[in-house]
Design a protein around this ligand. Structure first.
Ligand code: UGA
Length: 448
């Protein structure tokens, strides 16, 4: 098979993963970005983002990957041009498409047949507008396809090369076929749709996933009131084949660069079209409140948080990444600082020193919990599975673990001498700890 020639605009997360995976499938890929440091790093063999396996994939396919700052050079000879630029939210909550429009404007006039493929997440109706803009520029021979990405950080390569489905929305059947052919070698159903439906599949998928999480988080909150355990409940729900087991882990709420942005974009899209999407509005609010519940959990055990020391364990929005965009940790830390707590943070790779002024980032879990009145698991890093150790017990001022991801076994944690509170499960109070643990609890504050 001879591969196709592909240009990719945007050397961010989606662009690099898409480019590297298409190269792996045998295509020749030129990745273009406007940031000189990114391009020179890539040309020098360095990968500017963290994603497991990406560096190796790029290295293995380096013969088929080129990088440039020059839009015209990227597009020259390209049969398909992928748009992988970011679409952050504006102040109104709508998606900011300015980077997408810049790409359209930069497309050099050419008489060659090219297909513009939208990977970036865009509001429904964007394809129609781009089509009109292309026609207005005399680029009516340039095809347009919506081919949304479903890459989750940490598993992105697998998500691309072994996806559940490939969605292709096109105005012309031949363009849909051309994009589908690029994926030859991948065993997955291809969902062909009109452009608007393809755009909606992406927004609805993310909204549905985050709704599942907000739903199980609300079930968890009720579980706490009525004495049920959400972990068992989720297991029981998930075995129903109509519901499935995924995205039913209760916790301190969802985060990351996509869910909040896409939910808000879909809510605005509905609103701008005359529909009030109540469920989505509630789902977003539930998540906001879920993050803040950690504060009331701490207050329940410690009373006023002024002058207490709280260790926040995990800063990244999920394990396996250093990404802190819209991470629950940032909201929890800010609330704690506002309550007058002394905040320590720890994360194996994410660094919040610039963002969380007033909090102290520690290099080890032990350092973070030493002298602390509570340890809060915010991200379920593997390193935290052994948190309820004698070492931690000896180091903390008060042995309280708030398990924001239900990572630990409550019985084990209690047996190890800690008070424990998870999300949606029975909690145990500091004053109910066995006698033997009591002297430690009453010890005066240690010097840090
Ligand atoms: C998400 C989607 O999973 C991808 O399919 C999509 O392509 C991507 O957004 C995007 O639009 O680009 P990602 O943001 O990397 O991917 O993260 P997820 O793995 O979906 O997790 C998001 C958040 O939900 C994390 O904070 C995670 O801790 C939380 N989560 C996830 C829960 O609280 N409970 C769960 O059961 C699952």
């Amino acid at each position: 098979m001879t591969g196709s020639r592909i240009a990719i605009f945007g050397a961010g997360y989606a662009g690099l993963v898409t480019g590297a995976c298409f190269a792996e499938l045998g295509h020749s890929v030129t990745i273009r970005d406007i940031v000189p440091e990114k391009i020179s790093a890539l040309q020098g063999g360095a990968v500017p983002i963290y994603e497991p396996g990406l560096e190796e994939l790029i290295e293995r396919n380096r013969e088929r990957l080129r990088y440039t700052l020059d839009a015209a050079e990227a597009v020259r000879d390209a049969e398909l041009v992928f748009v992988c630029v970011d679409t952050p939210p504006t102040y109104s909550g709508d998606a900011d498409l300015s980077r997408v429009w810049t790409v359209i404007e930069e497309l050099p006039p050419s008489s060659e047949r090219t297909i513009l493929v939208m990977k970036s997440t865009v509001p429904v109706g964007t394809g129609e507008k781009v089509r009109a803009a292309l026609d207005a520029r005399g680029l009516d021979h340039v095809g347009y396809v919506s081919n949304p990405e479903f890459l989750a950080e940490g598993t992105a390569l697998n998500d691309f090369l072994e996806p559940d489905r490939i969605v292709v929305g096109a105005f012309e059947e031949a363009d849909a076929e051309a994009v589908a052919r690029l994926h030859a070698g991948i065993d997955a159903p291809i969902v062909k749709a009109d452009v608007a439906s393809a755009e909606m599949i992406k927004l609805a998928s993310n909204a549905f996933l985050s709704t599942r999480i907000s739903f199980i988080n609300e079930i968890a909150n009720v579980c706490e009131l009525v004495g049920a355990d959400v972990v068992r409940v989720a297991e029981g729900i998930g075995l129903d084949h109509r519901l499935g087991p995924h995205f039913l882990r209760a916790g301190v709420g969802w985060g990351g660069s996509c869910y909040g942005k896409d939910a808000s974009s879909l809510k605005q899209l509905a609103g701008n079209s005359g529909y009030h999407f109540q469920l989505l509005a509630a789902m977003i609010e539930v998540n906001e409140l879920q993050r803040r519940r950690v504060i009331s959990k701490l207050q329940k055990h410690l009373g006023s948080l002024r002058g207490t020391t709280v260790a926040l364990l995990g800063l990244a929005f999920k394990p396996g990444t250093d990404d802190m965009r819209d991470a629950p940790s940032l909201v929890i830390a800010s609330r704690l600082l506002a309550e007058g707590a002394d905040v320590r943070t720890w994360d194996p790779i994410a660094d919040a020193r610039d963002r969380l002024v007033g909090a102290r980032q520690c290099d080890s879990v032990l350092d973070a919990v030493t002298g602390a009145d509570a340890a809060v698991i915010v991200t379920e890093w593997d390193e935290l599975r052994s948190l309820a150790s004698p070492e931690t017990l000896g180091a903390m001022r008060r042995p309280l673990i708030i398990d924001g991801r239900n990572l630990l076994d409550p019985d084990d944690v209690r047996a190890a001498g800690f008070a424990y509170e998870g999300i949606g499960r029975a909690s145990s109070a500091l004053d109910l700890l066995p006698e033997t643990a009591e002297p430690d609890l009453r010890e005066p504050a240690r010097e840090d």
